[in-house]
Design a protein around this ligand. Structure first.
Ligand code: ZN
Length: 115
């Protein structure tokens, strides 16, 4: 499952997902994902499994939501709890999105023309 170039709107900012093999933090630690807020990029480790990648994407989106609110210091365990819970909620209740008035559309890609 490829998420590369997926465009994700978080508040007023549009982020572009970039999948990379061997993603590392500045200190050399391995990362599954990172949100580069100022660059509007969500980096994902391409080598992780598809479910882990989805959870990582939601995890980084949650960081973006917190950053938009001015909250810079996050509890990683809380972010993981909400990310896994949210993905499971939507999988267990696929009717929720339309019931909440959210239409199912194809995913926009960064740089793709919009209608
Ligand atoms: Zn995190």
């Amino acid at each position: 499952m490829k998420l590369n170039r997926l465009a994700v709107q978080i508040g007023p900012l549009t982020f572009t997902v970039k999948e990379t093999r061997g993603l590392r933090a500045d200190d050399g630690d391995k990362l599954l994902g990172q949100l580069r807020y100022d660059d509007q990029v969500i980096d994902l480790e391409a080598g992780q499994g598809p479910d882990a990648k989805r959870i990582t994407l939601i995890h980084e989106i949650l960081h973006g939501i917190f950053f938009n609110a001015g909250l810079r210091d996050h509890d990683e365990q809380l972010i993981d709890l909400v990310a896994t819970g949210f993905l499971d909620l939507l999988r267990q209740n696929p009717h929720l999105l339309p019931a909440l008035g959210i239409p199912l559309t194809s995913a926009p890609l960064a740089g793709a023309p919009t209608e």
